[in-house]
Ligand binder design. Structure first.
Ligand code: TLP
Length: 366
């Protein structure tokens, strides 16, 4: 690997066949199964820009139904789903209250500012979770000096917070606040499925405390591409117009939507296994000298831990683990993120733990 490359590029350039690695960098790395590929190949399709793709229409209706919303729209990515929602809810110069480690603020290329002209007002949460009182304090009073607070964005589960589940009571309290102040609430529900499977709370029970929700098919559900935005009919009409404007209108895209339908039919309930595997990883890692982790905070499929006390920084550990056939994701200088998914089983988790013990043992002997 070229050590001179920025970390973001290094992450994606590997020698050898990716299939030879146990890949814990993200739940986005899954490959479609042969059954999923067969369903895709056989999908009925039409031109979705004309609204004529029956498979896309089925998927949209199904997701709208699952989320208890009037309508849903299929889009290429979670980033586009979030950004179309922001664009459709807010005007340039409006303020969007959001958690400081959230995905739309940190990992979407500055799109909120570039594409919607909004200003983010970031609040620090506890593992990504904000309290209603923090939001209430941040809402701008009516005064011509201030930007207009328009939208609140929450994330469930919270990625950077460590896969944290937003407690539904807190969502309800925040939604009631937004309603009483005439504001809107968007939920980044890229991993709402994980929250739902972990708690038994249905997606529509969460979504009732939102004006709009984005969900992803290409994370834990294992589809290769695709996200949806759901909300009221008039909101989705606006999203549809902006999707066209941003170049996100796709043609015979039922081929991809079919993978999403397959994923919901076959890969939803199994997210439980990913959660068990993540817990096992956390418990095993706690036994490794120098690793700082609290397994009780691992609520779904994301495991974040600190390696400062190992004497290594996160990128060094990432390189050492790669030599053992395990891909992990450095999150800042001393933090690592592992994500469990469809393509890693319980046996792989034990192999990964053995590799951590081996690498850390080797380093600590030096
Ligand atoms: N997250 C990716 C990376 O971008 C960090 C990952 O590996 O976890 N919302 C949340 C909460 C996400 O975690 C992600 C992707 C997105 C939105 C964006 O989805 P895509 O990648 O489809 O644009």
């Amino acid at each position: 690997m070229d050590e001179g490359l920025p970390l973001t590029f290094q992450k994606f350039i590997f020698g050898g066949n990716m299939k030879d690695f146990i890949d814990l960098r993200s739940d986005t790395v899954t490959r479609p199964t042969s059954a999923m590929r067969k369903t895709m190949a056989e999908a009925e399709v039409g031109d979705d820009v004309f609204g004529e793709d029956p498979t896309v229409n089925t998927l949209q209706e199904r997701v709208a139904g699952l989320l208890g919303k009037e309508a849903a729209l299929f889009v290429p990515s979670g980033t586009m789903a979030n950004q179309l929602s922001i664009k459709s809810h807010a005007q340039p110069g409006d303020e969007v209250i959001i958690e400081s480690s959230s995905h739309p603020y940190n990992f979407e290329g500055g799109a909120g500012a570039a594409l919607s002209g909004v200003q983010f007002h970031c609040l620090k949460g506890v593992r990504g979770i904000l309290e209603a009182f923090q939001i209430e304090e941040a809402i701008r009073p009516f005064d011509h000096h201030f930007p207009v607070t328009k939208l609140i964005c929450l994330e469930n589960t919270h990625n950077r917070g460590g896969g944290t589940i937003y407690p539904i009571e807190k969502m309800k309290e925040i939604y009631r606040l937004t309603q009483s102040k005439g504001l809107l609430l968007h939920l980044d529900g890229a991993r709402l499925w994980n929250a739902s499977v972990a708690t038994g709370i249905k997606p529509n029970e969460y979504a009732q405390w939102t004006d709009s929700v984005s969900v992803c098919l290409s994370k834990g559900l294992g589809a290769p591409i695709g996200s949806l935005v759901a909300g009221s009919k008039s909101f989705i009409d606006r999203v549809h117009r902006f999707r066209k404007m941003f170049g996100g209108g796709m043609r015979q895209v039922g081929i991809i939507a079919a993978a999403g339908i397959y994923a919901m039919d076959h890969h939803l309930e199994r997210l439980k296994e990913d959660h068990q595997n993540a817990k096992r990883l956390a418990v095993g890692l706690k036994e490794c000298k120098g690793i700082s982790i609290e397994p009780k905070y691992v609520e779904t499929n994301i495991v974040i831990f600190d390696v400062a006390e190992t004497g290594l920084d996160a990128s060094q550990l990432t390189k050492e683990m790669k030599k053992e056939g395990i891909l992990i994701h450095a999150f800042g200088k001393t933090q690592i993120r592992l994500v469990t998914h469809l393509d890693v089983g319980a046996v792989d988790i034990e192999k990964a733990l053995k590799a951590f013990e081996k690498v850390l043992g080797r380093i600590q002997k030096l």
